[in-house]
Ligand binder design. Sequence first.
Ligand SMILES: C[S@@+](CC[C@H](N)C(=O)[O-])C[C@H]1O[C@@H](n2cnc3c(N)ncnc32)[C@H](O)[C@@H]1O
Length: 219
Amino acid sequence: MVSYDIDDMRVQDFIASLHRHDDDLDDLRKYAIDNDVPIIRDETRDFLNFVLKIEKPRKILELGTAIAYSTLVIYKALDGDLDKIVTVENYEPRIIDAKKNIDKFFDKGKVELIEKDITEYLDNIDEKDTYDFIFLDAAKAQYIVWLPILKKLMRKGSVLLADNIFKDGEVLESRYAIIKRDRTIHKRMREFLHEITSDTELDTTILNIGDGISVSIKK
Ligand SMILES: C[S@@+](CC[C@H](N)C(=O)[O-])C[C@H]1O[C@@H](n2cnc3c(N)ncnc32)[C@H](O)[C@@H]1O
């Protein structure tokens, strides 16, 4: 039997060629790329879509809206059959775009855009308000800081999905290979990963998808 060496790029290109398209999402993605807005990668979008279809959450918290691209991925994955997506963003130019997109693509009342810093929002959140699914895609150095409150917002069976946990591969490197300016993020992301994988209240898996994803389920 012949066995072939398969490099990562070939695998990624092959999978990308099988990617299913959606006109609304493709338009938003193009806008994001043209305007330097960071959004989830295609592999991450496919995985998020898949997990949501299995989990069927009703109440979703998204931290890091940008222009509401991933918000729309979530909404479409669930065919709009959800109670609410609460999504938080504090960067004014992106808030303007997010509002336009929310008006255009979502049924009224399905999405609540919180125009605030996430830390400020979480500091004042009602801890009795639980979410079925939390999508964490904002300031990477804050993941470890926000984790304790996010855990309080999870009921048994709730899912926490965090994106960019490899931070473009930086997190895999030794601390000493990282330029000084980025060492705090490196250290804090390592702490976050250590915490979610060792926490006995969570079941966590780390996946090499996109820029790295962690998926945690509250026990
Ligand atoms: C990677 S982008 C989110 C992309 C979006 N989830 C998507 O895939 O379409 C991260 C966003 O989080 C926002 N953000 C980062 N830290 C934040 C904070 N502390 N409070 C509110 N928003 C924040 C940034 O302004 C940025 O728009």
